[in-house]
Design a protein around this ligand. Structure first.
Ligand code: NAI
Ligand code: MG
Length: 368
């Protein structure tokens, strides 16, 4: 059998800098854990535009559809700000999301004890936090028709439509239940069934999928506004939260900030299963290309590294190895390694992007 395949798209700005550390870690798993991947690297975003005149070449798109997982750094930068909208770097990423039909967006909020002081919440509320928000990404109010701004009498009216089909709800619900089985086996579904018909359908379909296919997973329902309150009051009550595109956008950003810096936040977007049962998958840090620090060795590679840990767990069924990598990150943070973005007011000497990679590799070695 051939090795699982990964397409690496480093992209622009700090993308290649943080991805270089991920590549070292992938190599480590090949050498030390006999976990070998067929890795290929290609261009996306401004880097692809510079070479091909488009932010994602057709051949790259075709490979993305075939591999087991895509790892993306970041796209964009001031150099490309004046490009026509149709070839902007971001369009490369949008094309990937659209053609791979990545309807399930996973945003973990995980608190590393050593960074708990960075949280805007009290340490004991976030310490040990490990939750996952699953956001529906390809439908809902951002896409529903009718939409637009028109004139009614002498004033303007703005319209967007929340629209969900049963199958759109069912597939993201399945995605959440599958994840829950690989984690704490608990799903909380959030909507506003008290005031929205689409919310009633959401609640009903999630419950039906649960009863028919995932009765072993603990399911609860919560109104999304209460969910927002609970997230800042007692976030540890949750394991997996599944919600629609709009609520998920807001709630995932809110949950992310429970745990601190942008340089620490991974994400995944999953589509329908391939023939071998693995969902199409794109893993990427939440941050952008950070032009203000590009080329200075200041970028924190941890968001990208933790995105690869998610790939290990959710695309390659290597939960134990994912945990090994997360523990290595936890250990170097506990030992005091800090990139510049993680320096508190007390100061100190930051490590570089490569040095952060070095110590994480050392911690991996020590884990054997
Ligand atoms: P950004 O996330 O690139 O940077 C925001 C701030 O956070 C900057 O001060 C940056 O230095 C810092 N930062 C981000 N990642 C960091 C890391 N790993 N380590 C240390 N510090 C980090 O967002 P911004 O500045 O709004 O956008 C810059 C460019 O990135 C734009 O062209 C934007 O379109 C693009 N972008 C791309 C995204 C993607 O590829 N998914 C997402 C967001 C923005
Ligand atoms: Mg947002």
């Amino acid at each position: 059998m051939s090795n699982p395949s990964i397409l690496i798209l480093p992209g622009d700005g700090i993308g290649p800098e943080v991805m270089a550390q991920v590549t070292r870690i992938i190599d480590w798993f090949g050498e030390k854990r006999d976990l070998k991947f067929d890795v290929e690297t290609d261009l996306v975003g401004g880097a692809a535009y510079d070479k091909h005149g488009v932010p994602l070449a057709d051949e790259t798109m075709a490979r993305a559809m075939e591999v087991d997982a895509v790892l993306l750094g970041a796209v964009g930068g001031p150099k490309y700000d004046d490009l026509d909208f149709s070839v902007k770097p971001e369009r490369g990423l949008l094309r990937l999301r659209k053609e791979m039909d990545l309807f399930s967006n996973l945003r973990p909020a995980q608190c590393f004890d050593a960074l708990a002081d960075f949280s805007s919440l009290k340490k004991d509320i976030v310490s040990g936090l490990d939750i996952m928000i699953v956001r529906e990404l390809t439908s809902g109010v951002y896409f529903g028709e009718p939409r637009g701004i028109h004139k009614e009498g002498n004033e303007r009216v703005g319209i967007n439509t929340q629209r969900y089909t049963e199958s759109e709800i069912a597939r993201v619900a399945r995605s959440a239940f599958e994840l829950a089985r690989k984690r704490g086996n608990k799903v909380c579904s959030m909507e506003k069934a008290n005031v929205m018909e689409s919310g009633i359908l959401w609640r009903d379909v999630v419950q039906e999928i649960h009863d028919a296919e995932y009765p072993d997973v603990e399911l609860s329902h919560m109104y999304a506004d209460n969910g927002a309150m609970q997230l800042v009051r007692a976030p540890k009550q949750f394991d997996v939260i599944v919600t629609d595109n709009l609520f998920g956008d807001v709630l995932s950003d809110c949950a992310a900030m429970l745990t601190g810096s942008l340089g620490m936040l991974p994400s995944a977007s999953l589509g329908l299963p391939n023939a071998d049962g693995r969902p199409k998958a794109l893993y990427e840090p939440v941050h952008g290309s950070a032009p203000d620090i590009t080329g200075q060795g200041k970028a924190n590679p941890i968001a990208c590294i933790l995105s690869f840990a998610m790939a290990l767990r959710y695309s390659f069924d290597q939960g134990a190895e994912a945990t090994r990598l997360e523990k290595a990150v936890e250990k170097v943070l506990a030992d005091g390694a800090r990139t510049a973005d993680l320096m508190g007011p007390e100061g100190g000497t930051p490590v570089s992007t490569t040095q952060m990679g070095d110590v994480i590799l050392e911690a991996l070695d020590a884990s054997l």
